[in-house]
Design a binder for this molecule. Structure first.
Ligand code: SF4
Length: 460
């Protein structure tokens, strides 16, 4: 039996979706709804779906299908997020138990939608998808656009994207860029600082575009300066999703000036061959990439670099792929994500089709990942003997023994996507401790607390 005014929310996909899910949860909690981890006990079931690429869509359908199969007559199932936005009618057709669709930019209307479901007199599903003009620049009221996980949080500074990348469905799903008001972002940073958060991860579809539609030049750099001043107690501020060609000298300068802005750069490059990049409608000036990365490495000597690539894009020849292989050998990224091309109807690349067989795509992905595994291991081995500050996030025991161990991350590791640092003993959770690195694995490091340096403590 479900208890009234309770909800069960499943968030799928990226960190940007996680922030929307947290914001929806806040709206519901503000009206007295209680979160439940058990679908059987909740009155409202919500899946914040992902519709970015094929496998993400299938996962969304699977979760919706499972909840629909177990749903009782006194429960409602809402499909929110990207999949619903883009494939609303298909979602209703494939998952007959869905009661309502909630679009990506209407998460703040979740309560209104639940109210409509309560008053509904026919079983017809409700469509609540955005009318973009009504949502652009809309004030989010008191709802925070953050997702806090332990001592770390994501803070969303913009939504949507105005770039023309041919393979990407995001602009179709989310619409064009909308930057959030600077004052709201700063207020949220202050609230996170007051809550004892040690790390803020700034997110947007394209973070370097922050402020563009408002006519602000170097909007990200000036926001970073304001953040550092506003929330000095947040130890690490990490900037995710930088668009190639848009990282400015000013951004590099600001990052180099402030210790809080950690030397970590995530710049999804997607490919390294100019012809492939042109077909992708991405910046194809590889000289800029070389110059900018060299500049960043000079200004930020401990820079940790992350990038993402797509293999098997339509027309990718073996020679083009080999250019990408050579490029990663040369650049020696610390972290790398590799995706195989996923054909998305409605995107600009649709006319190119999906000519490369899946085996070819998989084999290229495997080759790239294997090469990167070696590079990543070598980069990690170079950390052995150094002392890194590590944010302690979990306690446990070494497998097969009762030896205590802690798990954390250094500035080199973004949450969820990068590696971990395993630390002997159990330094307190939420502290940033100096750890002398003693072991390296392809993705993770291990070490011991460096007693030669003092532990940084915090008050909660
Ligand atoms: S920058 Fe390109 S790949 Fe990234 S969200 Fe925008 S259109 Fe998609």
């Amino acid at each position: 039996m479900s208890s009234s005014k309770s909800f069960h929310l499943v968030s799928l996909g990226c960190a940007k979706n996680t922030v929307d899910s947290e914001s929806m949860a806040q709206v519901l909690a503000g009206d007295g709804y209680r979160a439940s981890s058990s679908p059987a006990e909740a009155e409202v079931l919500i899946v914040n779906t992902c519709g970015f690429i094929g496998p993400a869509k299938e996962e969304s359908y699977q979760v919706l299908g499972e909840l629909a199969a177990g749903k009782r007559g006194d429960q409602w199932l809402i499909a929110a997020g990207c999949l619903s936005q883009r494939y609303g009618a298909e979602v209703i057709e494939r998952v007959p138990g869905v009661d309502a669709l909630l679009g990506t930019r209407r998460w703040m209307d979740v309560l209104e939608l639940v109210g409509k479901l309560r008053r509904r007199t026919s079983p017809e599903p409700l469509y609540h998808l955005p009318d973009e003009a009504a949502t652009v620049g809309r004030d989010e009221g008191d709802v925070l656009r953050v997702a806090q996980q332990g001592y770390s949080a994501y803070l969303k500074i913009a939504d949507g994207c105005r770039r023309p990348c041919a393979f990407c469905a995001i602009p179709l799903i989310k619409g064009t860029l909308v930057s959030r008001p600077r004052e709201s972002i700063l207020a949220e940073a202050r609230a996170l600082e007051a809550a004892g958060v040690r790390e803020i991860n700034l997110i947007a579809q394209d973070i370097t575009d922050y402020g563009h539609e408002l006519g602000v030049k170097d909007g990200l750099a000036s926001l970073l300066e304001a953040l550092v001043e506003t929330a000095p107690g947040v130890d690490w501020i990490r900037i995710l999703y930088n668009f190639p060609g848009s990282v400015t000298d000013r951004q590099i300068e600001v990052m180099a000036q402030h210790k809080q802005l950690i030397p970590y750069l995530d710049m999804p490059l997607q490919h390294a061959h100019p012809a492939t990049l042109k077909r992708m409608r991405r910046p194809a000036n590889m000289d800029w990439v070389h110059r900018t990365l060299a500049k960043m490495r000079a200004a930020l000597p401990d820079l940790a670099l992350r990038s993402t690539f797509i293999v098997g894009y339509p027309g990718e020849t073996e020679e083009e792929f080999q250019t990408l292989m050579d490029f990663i050998e040369e650049m020696r990224f610390d972290r790398l994500g590799v995706f195989t091309f996923s054909f998305e109807p409605g995107t600009t690349s649709e006319p190119l089709g999906d000519p490369l067989p899946q085996e070819v795509k998989d084999e290229r992905k495997e080759r790239l990942m294997l090469a990167q595994q070696r590079i990543s291991l070598e980069n990690n081995q170079a950390q052995v003997g150094k002392t890194l500050d590590v944010l302690i996030e979990g306690h446990g025991e070494v497998e097969g023994s009762d030896e205590p161990i802690a798990v954390g991350r250094s500035y080199r590791d973004a949450p969820e996507i990068d590696g971990l640092v395993f630390v002997e003993g159990q330094p307190p959770l939420g502290e940033i401790v100096p750890v002398r690195i003693t072991g390296a694995m392809p993705y993770d490091l291990s070490g011991v607390v460096d007693t030669g340096r003092s532990v940084i403590t915090i008050d909660f």
